[in-house]
Design a protein around this ligand. Structure first.
Ligand code: IDP
Ligand code: MG
Length: 139
């Protein structure tokens, strides 16, 4: 049975620190299949659009400059219960509060530069996946 999907980005800190391989290994070992993947860099405008839901938060401007500061890896992942299981795999937003062994506990630098993104709902997984990928890029 096909699983549900979630969307992820390996963020600029983790790409810059050469953690792409280790993070993808953890994602695969946890049972997620990669349905689409792209190494790219967000413009400040695109990062602002992606995080528009946070535009009223005090950290928004810093977040937009950080997320456009270097390359990222964007991907659509499939697994049963993908959204919730992936949030568990990445751990809490603040790496000092993330459970041991989670991707953020292992690789994040700070609450802002926290290594990885994971969608928070099925609806946002669709919206975020569509932000980066067209139907033709998926399989
Ligand atoms: P999430 O990524 O765990 O879903 P959100 O609350 O959706 O966390 O925040 C989006 C991103 O904004 C976080 O992953 C992190 O990069 C950044 N962020 C969240 N809270 C803070 C903060 O208090 N200070 C600085 N950056 C933050
Ligand atoms: Mg979020």
């Amino acid at each position: 049975m096909a699983g549900s999907v979630t969307f992820t980005m390996i963020k600029p800190d983790a790409v810059g620190n050469n953690h792409i391989g280790a993070i993808l290994q953890k994602i695969n070992e946890a049972g997620f299949r990669i349905k689409a993947m792209k190494y790219t860099k967000l413009s400040a405008e695109a990062a602002g659009q992606f995080y528009a839901v946070h535009s009223a938060r005090p950290f928004y401007n810093d977040l937009v400059s950080y997320m456009s500061s270097g390359p990222i890896v964007a991907a659509i992942l499939e697994k049963d219960n993908a959204v919730a299981d992936f949030r568990e795999l990445i751990g809490a937003t603040d790496p000092t509060k993330a459970a041991p062994g989670t991707i953020r506990a292992l690789f994040a630098k700070s609450i802002e530069a926290n290594a990885i993104h994971g969608s928070d709902s099925d609806e946002n997984a669709q919206i975020e996946g569509n932000f980066f990928f067209s139907g033709l890029e998926r399989f």
